[in-house]
Write a protein that binds this ligand. Structure first.
Ligand code: FE2
Ligand code: FE2
Length: 167
C-alpha cells in the first residue's frame, strides 16, 4: 500500500506497537540479568530468548514504517516492571503481553475497517505471535503455582490516570 493512502491512525498504531515492543525488550533484558543474579540460569536464558523475540518484532515494525515512508519514533517506554521473585516477574510479563495482544487486536480490526488489508495482515501476524507468547508465559506461571493477588499494569495505569485527572 502506498504511504499517501495510509490512514494516519495506522501510523499511530505502528508507533505505539514499537513503544510496547521496545518496552518488552527492556523488561525481558533486565529480568534476564536479575534472574542471573538470583542464580536462576534457566529463567535467565528464557528471558534472554524472549528479549530477542521482542527485538525481532520491533525490527519488523521499523521495517514496515520505513516501507511506508515514515521515520520510526517510539514514544516514552514504560518503566521496567520488577518483582522480588520469578512468579512476580511472570505476572508482570503476562500483563505486558496482554497490552500487546489488545493493541494488535485493535490495530488489525481498525485496518480491516478502513480497507487496509496489507497492514491488517501485518498486525494479525503479530497478534498471533503475542497470543502464543502470552499462553506460553501463562503456562510457565501456572507451573510455578499460578498468579497471586497483586497490582499490575492495570492498577498502575489507573493510578496514573487518576493522578493526571487531578492536575
Ligand atoms: Fe512482541
Ligand atoms: Fe511477546
Amino acid at each position: 500500500m502506498d504511504s499517501e493512502v495510509i490512514h494516519p491512525k495506522v501510523l499511530g498504531y505502528l508507533g505505539r506497537a514499537l513503544s510496547l515492543e521496545l518496552t518488552a525488550v527492556q523488561q525481558y533484558m533486565t529480568q534476564a540479568s536479575l534472574a542471573e543474579t538470583w542464580g536462576d540460569g534457566e529463567a535467565s536464558q528464557r528471558f534472554r530468548a524472549e528479549t530477542v523475540e521482542e527485538m525481532q518484532h520491533a525490527e519488523r515494525i521499523v521495517a514496515r514504517m520505513l516501507a511506508l515512508g515514515v521515520a520510526p519514533a517510539s514514544s516514552q517506554l514504560r518503566p521496567v516492571a520488577l518483582a522480588p521473585d520469578l512468579v512476580g516477574l511472570l505476572e508482570h510479563n503476562v500483563d505486558l503481553e496482554r497490552l500487546l495482544i489488545d493493541h494488535y487486536d485493535e490495530a488489525s480490526r481498525f485496518c480491516l475497517l478502513v480497507g487496509d488489508a496489507e497492514n491488517a495482515a501485518f498486525f494479525t501476524a503479530l497478534l498471533e505471535e503475542e497470543q502464543h507468547h502470552g499462553e506460553a508465559l501463562s503456562s510457565w506461571l501456572n507451573s510455578l503455582g499460578g498468579p497471586r493477588q497483586r497490582s499490575g499494569y492495570g492498577a498502575y495505569s489507573q493510578r496514573q490516570a487518576r493522578s493526571l485527572q487531578r492536575h
